[in-house]
Design a protein around this ligand. Sequence first.
Ligand SMILES: NC(=O)C1=CN([C@@H]2O[C@H](COP(=O)(O)OP(=O)(O)OC[C@H]3O[C@@H](n4cnc5c(N)ncnc54)[C@H](OP(=O)(O)O)[C@@H]3O)[C@@H](O)[C@H]2O)C=CC1
Ligand SMILES: O=C(O)C1=N[C@H](C(=O)O)C[C@H](O)C1
Length: 242
Amino acid sequence: MSRIGIIGSAGAMGQALVQAIAAAGETHAGGIDKDGDLAALVSASDVLVDFSSPAALEANLDAAVAGNVPIVVGTTGLEERHHFLVDQAAESIPVLQTGNTSLGVNMLVHLVREAALRLDESWDIEILEMHHRRKVDAPSGTALMLGAAAAEGRGIAIEHNSERGRDGITGARGRGAIGFASLRGGTVAGEHSVIMAGEDERIVLSHSAENRSIFARGAVRAAQWLTGQAPGRYDMAKVLGL
Ligand SMILES: NC(=O)C1=CN([C@@H]2O[C@H](COP(=O)(O)OP(=O)(O)OC[C@H]3O[C@@H](n4cnc5c(N)ncnc54)[C@H](OP(=O)(O)O)[C@@H]3O)[C@@H](O)[C@H]2O)C=CC1
Ligand SMILES: O=C(O)C1=N[C@H](C(=O)O)C[C@H](O)C1
């Protein structure tokens, strides 16, 4: 049994996590939000789960390293500098970073990589996501994971082959590009579609989150798995054996 500490505890994911920890028979070590006592939470925890804000990431990783406690980073909206910080922390402690903790999305990531490996550049890949009106980052972390998987399958660098935020006279779509589009509204927990559009035909691979419990269950599974791992950077594929 592990003591799981929550960063971002009063938030939508933090609250879903409290329920998932109890359902899994684990111990809720406590939680913090902005201005909470991070050091005390680290001392009380065997493993941390962070669903807060990119602005909090550096302090969270530093505290986890100082306390030698593994951390699951589920926060999205991360930039290159945040990924660098994750890599640095992973030299000392186990860190699992993912834009989506659900089994279904991680299976979708796998399927997208496989499809992109087999389809040539004449198939245009577009990623469409929709989330609730409160979401602050776009494209979603999941959309970025799906784009990265498509690029990996295709053997191209996503940094040089993305089309994001089209507006106005954008010119025709680039051959081989991976496009992203984001919708926001209502209470949608998370919808992702990867559209592969070829000549006169289309393949659509998609996932619908019916509620946040799928992310919370996945985060608890990740926290359980991460406890006892060697220092390093991990993802959900390792946890789920995909
Ligand atoms: N990887 C995954 O599977 C999933 C990832 N997410 C991601 O998780 C994050 C949180 O989502 P959600 O719960 O919907 O967001 P909410 O806005 O509902 O919750 C965020 C929480 O984080 C807290 N917080 C903000 N800044 C800090 C800080 N510096 N230190 C500690 N806590 C802080 C907020 O507290 P306060 O109100 O005091 O600011 C708030 O309680 C987002 O990045 C989202 O995209 C969401 C679902 C699944
Ligand atoms: O903010 C959310 O709610 C979600 N965020 C994650 C993302 O950015 O992909 C995961 C999930 O889709 C819900």
